[in-house]
Design a protein around this ligand. Structure first.
Ligand code: MN
Ligand code: MN
Length: 312
């Protein structure tokens, strides 16, 4: 899958995630990396259209062995990098259609997409494509925001609304879904109540601190059980000290270590898709945000590899 940096320097032949081969056909693949460089749904800073490229560049640093999960992703999985979806800057709904259309054959073939955003609005289109094959899935949502607004600027589609739309469209099952890491100031103090009324379980950031990483992980696993699930990770889940390159940062967040640990806690869950969104390279510093995002992608791949290894 990847090129070994013991033989070929890391800065050579870059351009794909972990220097994986480029996508040619879905046949025989376990997963694909898909760039979705769309940031028209951003409400504050824009520029996450450059996220996929930044994540791919620094992903050359990643090696195939996941020591914590005790798995080698090369030995257990076949993956490729699809490149970027042909999004249409400035046009949300036509872009959603393109995302859904391009993901469909991949998902239909049983290949697991790992999408690199782009702003969080894109996840709605991904979930539409996922639901077409699998029906409504459970959502594991790590973010500092709930993204459950009814509308933003009087519009239905924005990076603050995707999961409200997903519930309305019946493409996720909120009753087996969980939102983790929420914090920061709010317009409506009842936002957490609204999330609960929609059916979600929410573990805000301060509660995660109180419970600890293991117990938080246990509650996430208990919530989803053996349902098929989609993991969406907004990089602003991590504290801006660890992920400054993002559009709407919130202080009081998680370290890189905590972020990766909380992801690994979900390794038993049956994921059928993943994304990592809101990486905004223009505000990044020394590629730390992009590197965290690349490592999150590696954790996602490692969890798939571990499942395959254990099912063998
Ligand atoms: Mn967010
Ligand atoms: Mn978000």
């Amino acid at each position: 899958m990847t090129t070994n940096a013991l033989n070929s320097p890391r800065f050579c032949n870059t351009g794909t995630f972990m220097r994986m081969p480029q996508f040619k056909s879905a046949e025989g693949l376990d997963f694909v990396i898909v760039g979705v460089p769309f940031d028209t749904g951003s409400s504050y800073r824009s520029g996450s259209r450059f996220g996929p490229t930044a994540i791919r560049n620094i992903s050359a640093m990643i090696k195939p062995n996941n020591v914590q999960l005790e798995v080698n992703v090369l030995e257990n999985l076949k993956g490729a990098d699809y490149g970027d979806i042909s999004i249409i800057p400035g046009y949300i709904e036509p872009t959603f259609e393109v995302i859904e259309k391009e993901l469909a054959p991949i998902i239909e073939a049983g290949v697991i997409p790992i999408c690199l955003g782009g702003d969080h609005s894109i996840t709605l289109a991904e979930l539409r494509a996922i639901a077409k094959k699998y029906g409504p899935v459970s959502l594991v949502h790590y973010d500092s925001h709930l993204d459950l607004n009814k509308q933003v600027f009087g519009q239905n589609h924005n990076h603050g609304t995707p999961f409200r739309r997903a519930v309305e469209e019946g493409i996720i099952d909120p009753h087996t879904s969980i939102q983790v890491g929420m914090r920061g100031s709010l317009y409506d103090p009842d936002d957490f109540k609204i999330a609960a009324e929609l059916g979600f379980k929410v573990i805000p950031a301060d509660k995660v601190r109180e419970l600890g990483l293991k117990e938080t992980g246990r509650q996430v696993r208990e919530r989803v059980g053996n349902k098929l699930a989609f993991f969406t990770l907004d990089i602003d889940f991590a504290d801006p000290a660890y992920a400054p390159g993002t559009g709407t940062p919130e202080v009081g967040g998680f370290t890189s270590f905590e972020t990766l640990s909380l992801i690994r806690e979900t390794k038993e869950i049956n994921f059928v898709g993943f994304d990592i969104v809101e990486v905004l390279p223009a505000y990044d510093s020394a590629e730390i945000t992009a590197y965290l995002a690349a490592n999150i992608g590696f954790e996602f791949i490692s969890m798939l590899a571990l499942k395959k290894k254990l099912n063998r």
